[in-house]
Design a protein around this ligand. Sequence first.
Ligand code: ADP
Length: 155
Amino acid sequence: MALEKTLVLLKPCTVQRALIGEIISIFEKKGFRICGMKMMQLTDELLSEHYAHLSGKPFFQQVKDSMRVAPVVALCLEGVGAVEAVRALAGPTNGRNANPGTIRGSYCLSFQENIVHTSDSHEAAEIELKRFFKPEEILDWKQDTFSSLYAADEF
Ligand code: ADP
C-alpha cells in the first residue's frame, strides 16, 4: 500500500467543546504524521464549494452555518492507506449510529455536530488539501518512528 495524505477538519463543535487536543491526540497515537495544521475561520463561499454535493439538501445552509460558529482546525495527515484509515477512525456520519470505538461514536450524539470532517476518497483528499492548504504549508519532515509503525513490506 502507498503512503497517502488526507484532510481532516476539527469542526467548530470540537473547538467549542475544548476537544481539539484530545482528537488530535487520537490521530497522533494511531501513527499518522501531521504534515499540516492550522486554525481557520471558514467563509460561506468556501463552504459552498466544500459541501457542493449537499447543495440540494434541505439542511445545506444549516450545515454551512454550523461550520462558521467558531474556527476549524485543518489537519493534513499522512500514513499508509490514510484516506480509508482516517474515515474508519471517524466512523459513520451520524454519531448516534457510530460504534463507540470511533471518534464520532465516542464523542458525539449528532448527525450534524459530528466532530470531524474527513476526505472520503483519494480524489477528494487531493482536491480538499489544495482547498485548505497552500503547498508550502504541507511540511515534509521525517517520522522517526516509521519502523515501529509499519513492516518493511507495508509501504
Ligand atoms: P461526511 O462528513 O461523513 O463525509 P457528508 O459529506 O454526507 O458526510 O455530509 C457532510 C456533513 O453534513 C456531515 O458531516 C454532517 O455534519 C452534515 N450532514 C450530512 N447529512 C446530514 C443530515 N442528514 N442531517 C444533518 N446533517 C447532515
